[in-house]
Structure formats: structure tokens, C-alpha cells
Design a protein around this ligand. Structure first.
Ligand SMILES: C[S@@+](CC[C@H](N)C(=O)[O-])C[C@H]1O[C@@H](n2cnc3c(N)ncnc32)[C@H](O)[C@@H]1O
Length: 390
């Protein structure tokens, strides 16, 4: 089908219409005219998904993909290889602004900024999880498919991971291979979910952080520093802070380094991450790390701890959700610093918080995942009669 491409949508698509039906098209840019092939139908056939197979009228931001494995029906890892970086960032900003408007009910200007260590959007991924083909080669799954596209080199992996030549080895017998670069070198772990815990060293905020192989750490080399700086800036003047979903303690630790008199309660449920967090903040007496489910901690253990000046929230992809936000509301916290990796979840949670009287003061968005549709945002919300602390 021939399609005139409209605005960008969440997930690496642009929207078009064909005979009245909405089509989400990959591999396009707003304003283009393309030839496209339908790849699947959406819920109850109400919309379609398609891949652009020929670009009849290209947009100004279109570039040849730097990676030879990207394109229709090929590796599904990246979404915007066909767009230059300013265009990618404009598209991500538009998606974030749209989700905040539609789900959060708030109109805010959004810009997406690069972080330190950006190399034209390539060579940034310090952790890569490869799938393995039946004949033992490494690759990535095609978009919305279990089929693996074998690859020689992933252009967004760091140079050290690309040079480690993992893709030349025979991985027969493994289902997945995790390759991670840390301060010590490159580690290869076949079937990481079944493997024994390995420990990595990461650097951020002028410190070294111990991270379990099963735990969370931002993959872009500039991400942890950029986020820690934004979070610390947003809690300026706050003496008591809760860091919920604290992982290995990055924000809790940075908050305590920034103000050694600050009291920080950090909450995390993943046992190896809690062990790492406790080790990472052992020299910072103001930080206490709790191993608990965030909701359970908020609704039981937090009772009697008073009202924190600020809550830092960095939940997994699905967001914090109604029950956690309502528990934070009940505590009466006046400032929330929300670190989000999914614009929809952030939009929905901002909507829930606004319904509870919080205002969205600012949103800063960072391009931590160039070439993909992913974007990270730090939103600061506040409520209450007290003057803001900054
Ligand atoms: C996006 S990571 C954030 C980690 C940390 N803030 C950082 O920047 O490194 C989310 C963390 O939340 C933890 N988590 C997920 N669900 C949780 C829950 N219900 N209660 C406590 N922690 C949870 C995960 O184990 C993960 O470490």
C-alpha cells in the first residue's frame, strides 16, 4: 500500500491512514510518502502495523542507516537508524509531550538532550543481550518475532564490546548471551538468567558501584552521572529523602554525598541489588537500605518515619501505579522526583499525581538510548502550601 505518513507514535512508529484504517508504520518519518507492507493486525483488526519497504518521498531528516542489519524484516533492536540524531530527538520529544498531554493532562515543552559520551548515537550500549540461532550464532530478534537475525557487529554496542569478537564464537547450546563492559573489561555470560551471580564495577558520581549481573544499571556510559546530577539538583534543600526502587543505591548514595547531613531511606526488593546497595553506601551513614517491596514498605514499614521532604521514584517500565502513588500521597510528601523510562507510564502516573494535587514543575528528557525509540525523563512534581525548597 502507498501511504502518506503523519505524526510519530510511541514505539518507533509513525501513523498513517489507509482506507480509513489507522496504520502504524515502522521505518518512516512524518511527512514522507512510502510504499509499505502490512506485518500484522492490531486488536480486533481495528488498526494495522506495517513496514515501509520503499521511500517514495523522503523527509529532510532521513539518512542511510549506519547499521547494515537494520531495515524492514531485519534486526528489531533499533527503531530510528534511518533518522539523523536531531530528528530522532525531536520525535522522542514529541512522543513524550504527547503522552504527558493525553495521559497526564498537562502541556509542557519537551526537549531531548544528549548525554556525555554520545558518539553520534553509536557505540553506547555497555550491556548487550544477544539471542542465539540454532547453529550457535549471535544475533537479535526481528521486530515482534522470535526469529533471530544473526549479526557480526552491533553498531550501538561499545567499541570494546564490538572488538571483543563475541559474535565470531560458537554459542551452540546457549539460548542467550549477555555481554557487559564494566571498569574491569568485557564479561560474557551465557544464559545469564540461569547463571551464578557475577559482580561488576561501574563508575558514576565520582564513585565506584558494585552491581550484580542480575541487577539494574543504566547502559549508556553517560546515563548514571546525568541522572544522578538531575536528581541531586531536584532535591536541593531537602534534608529527608526516600529513594524508592533504589537498585544498587545510585541516587541514595549521590544524595548523601551531596549533603552528608541528609537522611536517606532507600528501598529495593531484588536481594542481590540490596546487598550491593548496602556495600555501595557503607561509608555514608545517612543512608539506610531496606529490602522490601515498595508498596509494602510504604504502607507498613514507613509508618512512623514522618514525612520526607522529597521522594525519588525510579520504578520499572510499567511505572509506579495507582497504589504506590496513593501511598505516597497519604504520607503527604511535597516533592516527587520521578525518573521514567517509559513515556506512557510517566504520562499515566503524572495524571494520577495531578489528580492528587501535585503540579508538574519540570521535565528533562535525555537521549540515553540513541537509535531506539526509548527515552528517559526526569519529572519534578510538587504540591502544598509550603514554598518550594529551591
Ligand atoms: C529502573 S531500576 C532503578 C534503579 C536505580 N534507581 C538506578 O538508577 O540504578 C528499578 C529498580 O526497582 C526494583 N523494583 C522493581 N519492582 C520493585 C518493587 N515492587 N519494590 C521494590 N523494588 C522494586 C528493581 O529490582 C530495580 O532495581
Amino acid at each position: 500500500m502507498r501511504l502518506s505518513i503523519g505524526s510519530v507514535a510511541h514505539g518507533g512508529y509513525c501513523v498513517a491512514r489507509h482506507e480509513g484504517q489507522v496504520v502504524f508504520v515502522r521505518g518512516t518519518l512524518p511527512g514522507e510518502v512510502v510504499e509499505a507492507t502490512v506485518t500484522r493486525a492490531g486488536r480486533r483488526n481495528r488498526f494495522l502495523f506495517a513496514d515501509a519497504t520503499e521511500i517514495l518521498e523522503p523527509a529532510a531528516g532521513r539518512v542511510p542507516a549506519p547499521c547494515p542489519f537494520s531495515g524492514p524484516g531485519r534486526c528489531g533492536g533499533c527503531d530510528w537508524q534511518h533518522a539523523d540524531l536531531p530528528t530522532q530527538r525531536q520525535l522522542k520529544a514529541a512522543v513524550l509531550a504527547e503522552q504527558l498531554q493525553r495521559l497526564g493532562g498537562v502541556t509542557v515543552p519537551v526537549e531531548v538532550a544528549p548525554v556525555q559520551g554520545d558518539r553520534d548515537g553509536l557505540q553506547w550500549r555497555t550491556a548487550v543481550r544477544y539471542a542465539v540461532t540454532e547453529d550457535g550464532r549471535l544475533g537479535f530478534r526481528k521486530h515482534h518475532s522470535h526469529e533471530v537475525e544473526p549479526i557480526d557487529r552491533c553498531a550501538i554496542a561499545t567499541a570494546r564490546i564490538q572488538d571483543a569478537d563475541v559474535t565470531t564464537l560458537d554459542w551452540t547450546g546457549a539460548a542467550e548471551v549477555a555481554v557487559t563492559e564494566d571498569g574491569d573489561g568485557v564479561m560474557m555470560l551465557p544464559d545469564p538468567d540461569a547463571a551464578e551471580e557475577a559482580w561488576l564495577q561501574r563508575g558514576a558520581y565520582g564513585r565506584t558501584w558494585r552491581v550484580p549481573s542480575s541487577g539494574f544499571w543504566q547502559v549508556h556510559p553517560g546515563a548514571a552521572d546525568a541522572l544522578a546530577d538531575l536528581v541531586v539538583e531536584a532535591i536541593a534543600g531537602c534534608r529527608t529523602v526516600w529513594d524508592l526502587y533504589c537498585g544498587v543505591g545510585l541516587f541514595a548514595g549521590a544524595a548523601a554525598v551531596d549533603d552528608p547531613g541528609r537522611r536517606v531511606e532507600a528501598v529495593e526488593s531484588h536481594r542481590p541489588a540490596v546487598t550491593a546497595a548496602r556495600a555501595n553506601v557503607a561509608d555514608l551513614p545517612g543512608v539506610q537500605v531496606h529490602r522490601a517491596d515498595v508498596l509494602r514498605w510504604l504502607t507498613s514499614d514507613a509508618a512512623g518515619r514522618g514525612r520526607p521532604d522529597a521522594v525519588i521514584l525510579d520504578p520499572p517500565r510499567k511505572g509506579a501505579g495507582e497504589r504506590v502513588l496513593s501511598a505516597i500521597d497519604a504520607v503527604g510528601c511535597r516533592r516527587i522526583v520521578y525518573v521514567a523510562c517509559d513515556p506512557s507510564a510517566l504520562g499515566r502516573d503524572v495524571g494520577l499525581l495531578r489528580a492528587r494535587g501535585y503540579d508538574l514543575d519540570s521535565v528533562v528528557a535525555l537521549d540515553l538510548f540513541p537509535m531506539t525509540h526509548h527515552v528517559e525523563a526526569v519529572a519534578v512534581l510538587s504540591r502544598g502550601p509550603a514554598p518550594r525548597l529551591d
